[in-house]
Ligand binder design. Structure first.
Ligand code: GTP
Ligand code: MG
Length: 206
């Protein structure tokens, strides 16, 4: 096993909840290295964080979309963190609340110096919806490194899952977006090692 995997494993398994942020003023000090998990409401962000840290309930998951209503920070060590962003596209949230989260997340993503990359999660059964597209286009314009997890891969058979993966890769390429793309299943723990390699690349070079 490569050395970096051993180290990232240890780092991720040390994860502990640090703070839930509802206003920019509450953000942890902007130093060291951070990775943000972003995606539609209910896409599996919190579940992916739990799978990667091998904790069943570090990040709270829910069948009710729009559950994570703040930026939740998980500390890996003194200088490394994971941010679980509130999901976008939750239509039933009141307009002004939606607007508040949009602004918070937008400001966070635009200003954060310690942000090493965005893990963009999309449901493998319907990836690259309008808001996903907007998010990856915007991130790529900001030169933020992107890694796409096609979540809930267990919901598709191998063939259709593989076609979805190739299709997303080619569409991103067509749009000039530089992103790595992989399948992921928190349920089956598929793609966990591949995702950890990306996190190692981003977090271990702090
Ligand atoms: N089958 C399957 N279900 C999953 C997977 N990952 C998450 N889910 C389910 O999808 C639902 C939402 O998962 P969460 O991890 O809470 O999603 P989230 O993106 O954090 O949601 P918000 O915080 O509301 O934005 C839960 O019912 C999970 O059990 C997966 O890999 N496979
Ligand atoms: Mg969540």
């Amino acid at each position: 096993m490569p050395e970096s995997v051993c180290t990232i494993d240890r780092l991720l398994e040390n994860a502990r909840f640090a703070i839930g942020v509802q206003h920019l003023s509450q953000l942890p000090a902007d130093e060291g290295a951070e990775v943000a998990f972003a995606g539609r409401s209910n896409v599996g962000k919190s579940s992916a964080i739990n799978a990667l840290t091998r904790r069943r309930s570090l990040a709270r998951t829910s069948k009710t979309p729009g559950r994570t209503q703040q930026i939740n920070f998980f500390e890996l060590d003194d200088v490394r963190r994971i941010a679980d962003l509130p999901g976008y596209g939750f239509a039933r949230a009141p307009r002004e609340i939606q607007r508040h989260w949009e602004l918070l997340v937008h400001e966070y993503l635009s200003r954060r110096k310690s942000l090493r990359g965005i893990v963009a999660l999309m449901d493998i059964r319907h990836p690259l919806k309008d808001l996903d597209r907007q998010m990856v286009i915007w991130a790529s314009q900001q030169n933020l490194p992107l890694h796409v997890l096609l979540t809930k891969a267990d919901k598709l058979k191998r063939g259709p899952a593989r076609s979805a993966l190739l299709k997303v890769r080619s569409e991103l390429q067509k749009d000039g977006i530089n992103a790595s793309v992989q399948m992921f299943s928190s349920l089956k723990k598929d793609g966990v090692e591949e995702a950890k390699l990306k996190l190692a690349e981003w977090l271990l070079q702090a």
